[in-house]
Design a protein around this ligand. Structure first.
Ligand code: PLP
Length: 282
């Protein structure tokens, strides 16, 4: 696989990052994941916008102009012949002597790689995911997409140990989001409910696109927090993320929702989102 490291395209086995890189030592970096369908980038502008915001929030600079980031994405997709999958981008504050204070005048580290993966034809989306609730013990700035992913990894392992696919994180009795996705329920009267944006959750790019689809389809949307107890009374549930699109959730904490099959709203939104995002793909 060809990867991109600081201006160069190299074989992954030749790629080098300093042991002093602050991404490695402090998780001092941000990332984005853009999905690729039919060799094209999905929601690229949204991911770039959020990347810029994450960088600003951490007093980091933009690594290179938007046009250049787009061409690196395209070049990697082409060189690795990715038809379906994702492009991962990471920017860290760079390599410097280990010190908690941010270093000055250090070049940032920019890394991108691709992963080929079948994402439209996903067995999990077909079957529907089983989730369990886990305490949300992450830091307080989840609106920034940092590479600090240890707690979400631990939550995912707790879920797997319980025979589930993923965890829904709960803070003060209310669901924040999934380990790597935004969480939704559909009430008995058909209203889509998802937590409102704040520093408690990541503003999903797929979330924005899917809510737009839902409103265009005349579905009712409420942006507010919900509890696991409320979710257990829901008609259906689902998650959204760049590589999962819309993924139905069929079981929460061991209790099946409705008949235990993917819900109609989730299935419809998944299809609508894939169609709409493909039309706008670049
Ligand atoms: N929430 C968290 C914690 C995530 O890690 C992600 C994606 O990685 C999302 C939500 C969904 O964001 P997006 O739709 O931009 O992929």
């Amino acid at each position: 696989r060809i990867v991109y490291v600081n201006g160069e395209y190299v074989q992954e086995s030749d790629a080098k990052i300093s042991v002093f890189d602050r991404g490695f030592l402090f998780a001092d970096g941000v990332y984005e994941v853009t999905s690729v369908l039919e060799g094209k980038l999905i929601d690229f502008d949204g991911h770039l916008r959020r990347l810029r915001r994450s960088l600003v929030e951490l007093a980091m600079t933009i690594p290179c102009p938007d046009e250049e980031l787009l061409s690196i994405h395209r070049e990697l997709v082409a060189r690795n012949a990715v038809v379906e999958g994702l492009v991962y981008l990471q920017v860290t504050r760079g390599a410097a002597d280990r010190d908690f204070a941010f270093p000055k005048n250090v070049p940032q580290t920019l890394v991108l790689f691709t992963q080929a993966k079948s994402i439209v034809d996903s067995p999990l989306a077909k079957r529907g995911a089983r989730v369990v609730s886990v305490d949300d013990l992450r830091w307080g700035r989840r609106d920034i997409k940092t590479v600090q992913l240890l707690y979400p990894s631990m939550a995912k392992m707790i879920a797997q140990e319980k025979g589930a696919d993923d965890a829904w994180l709960v803070q003060d009795g209310l669901v924040t989001e999934g380990t790597s996705n935004n969480a939704y329920i559909v009430t008995q009267d058909g209203t889509i409910v998802t937590r409102d944006l704040s520093s408690d959750i990541l503003a999903g790019i797929t979330r924005a696109a899917v809510l737009k689809c839902a409103r265009e389809l005349q579905m009712k949307v409420e942006e507010r927090p919900f509890s696991i107890a409320e979710a257990l009374t829901a008609r259906e549930a689902f998650t959204t993320s760049a590589t999962g699109f819309v993924c139905p959730v069929v079981e929460i904490d061991g209790t099946a929702l409705s008949d235990g099959n993917p819900g109609a709203v989730a299935v419809r939104l998944r299809q609508a989102y894939i169609e709409e995002s493909l039309k706008a793909a670049i």
